[in-house]
Design a protein around this ligand. Structure first.
Ligand code: ATP
Ligand code: MG
Length: 158
């Protein structure tokens, strides 16, 4: 059945807030018109995408800093943005981050396997969507995901 994207995101954000030891300000900003969107998306893959992006935002940004999660839509697509004010990613590291096991050079003691974004990218591609990362070192990172409301010919999403 089509997924109610707004309530899916609300539930996920609630979960992230409950598990966030570092007391970030997690802001959820859906545009007014998204309240009724339903999309042909796989709930498990959607969970993979947004738990990974939100946990990166939490992990790579200081305690109590602001993380903003936006959603908007048009006739054909839904657009998500996860933005943080964290350590950012040096430009030279940005190209390879969607490959498994690649981590940026500025992670310091923050632990990770370098798998999250590779999984996210695959899950986005299964939905015939697109992903884009914009980041400035020591300023923050924004990841944008665009997904079609009705992907074509994808058996996995039926
Ligand atoms: P895990 O497999 O546990 O997710 P990870 O977080 O290291 O480990 P990815 O989520 O794939 O792996 O991210 C790859 C790398 O991209 C990270 O190691 C980090 O260098 C960088 N990165 C990802 N998201 C952010 C972010 N929001 N802010 C700063 N750096 C980030
Ligand atoms: Mg990660």
């Amino acid at each position: 059945a089509p997924l109610n994207i707004l309530s899916f995101c609300e539930n996920l954000i609630d979960e992230m807030r409950l598990n966030d030891q570092a007391q970030h300000q997690i802001r959820f900003e859906p545009e007014a018109d998204v309240s009724e969107i339903r999309g042909y998306m796989d709930a498990k893959l959607m969970r993979q995408i947004f738990t990974n992006l939100l946990s990166n935002a939490l992990k790579y940004s200081p305690a109590e800093s602001t993380i903003t999660f936006r959603i908007r839509q048009d006739q054909t697509h839904v657009y998500f943005e996860v933005q943080d004010q964290g350590i950012g990613i040096p430009e030279s590291d940005q190209v390879r981050l969607f490959e498994a096991f690649h981590r940026a050079t500025n992670v310091g003691m923050i632990s990770g396997n370098g798998l999250g974004l590779a999984i996210v990218k695959q899950s986005v591609e299964i939905h015939q969507g697109q992903i884009q990362l914009t980041s400035h070192e020591n300023q923050g990172t924004m990841v944008q995901v665009m997904l079609p409301l009705r992907p074509q010919d994808t058996e996995i999403l039926d």
